[in-house]
Write a protein that binds this ligand. Structure first.
Ligand code: DGL
Length: 242
């Protein structure tokens, strides 16, 4: 099977890693839209325009399935699923599915856009789950090297006195801060890539292939990609017209 996986940048590689752990023998195409990141500060209209062109690119690449490895775009999955016949999987639906029989009270950390959009929170509340949402606008810029410093505890302090059983890493970049987040709250974190991988089925064939595209490639990006995938892969620079 050929699977297209996309995000604004390196966050979706955390999802890709989980998919590869379970389904190694497939053909993956990754697109990271580094030229336009962060997605978390964009409007719904901007996000739909950006994600649509990636979906059309995947269509031309003849993928069998598309994974929205981005919490922000997953909030708009209903708008994105209608632009192609190719099956599209988002990361929010399987995360809510995973949580619903396990937890009653959860914190939701995500980008501004995801929190404001409210789809994630609504889906959880429909399952009678109490939600403590918090937007973390500096996490992605820090992880992508746009800002130099980040005090995770300080960013999370407004939730410090609330009581919840688990914290959702509601942006696919956030597993890169998993330890600091778990230590701040002393509760387990929920990784959307793991939730998705548990619920998706990928037909494997004989070999593993991964092609990585990013809309802009820098030396820092190459290093980050290697750190996350634990192996060096070539990165093709390809910006898609909006
Ligand atoms: N990793 C993405 C998410 O899950 C997008 C982050 C961003 O570019 O702001 O929301």
């Amino acid at each position: 099977m050929r699977i297209g996986v996309f995000d604004s940048g390196i966050g979706g590689l955390n999802v890709l890693n989980e998919l590869i752990k379970k389904y190694k023998n497939a053909e993956y195409i990754y697109y990271g839209d580094t030229y336009y990141l962060p997605y978390g500060s964009k409007t719904k209209e901007e996000l739909i325009a950006l994600a649509s062109r990636i979906i059309l690119f995947f269509e031309k690449e003849n993928v069998d399935m598309i994974v929205i490895a981005c919490g922000t775009c997953s909030s708009l999955a209903n708008n994105l699923k209608i632009i192609t016949e190719i099956p599209i999987y988002d990361v929010i639906t399987p995360t809510v599915e995973y949580i619903k029989n396990r937890y009653q009270k959860v914190a939701l950390l995500a980008t501004n856009s995801t929190i404001q959009n409210g789809v994630f929170e609504r889906q959880l509340k429909e399952q009678n789950i109490e939600v403590y949402p918090l937007s973390c606008p500096h996490f992605v810029p820090y992880l992508e090297g746009l800002i130099d410093e980040l005090d995770v505890e300080e960013e999370l302090k407004s939730l410090k006195n609330d009581s919840f059983e688990a914290v959702i890493l509601g942006c696919t970049h956030f597993p890169l801060l998993k330890e600091q987040i778990e230590n701040t709250f002393n509760v387990p974190s929920i990784d959307m890539g793991k939730c998705l991988t548990e619920m998706i089925h990928i037909e494997e064939h004989n070999n593993f292939e991964l092609t990585i595209y990013m809309s802009i490639v820098t030396e820092d990006l190459k290093k980050n990609v290697k750190d996350i995938l634990k192996k060096e892969f070539p990165i093709i620079e390809k910006n898609l017209p909006v």
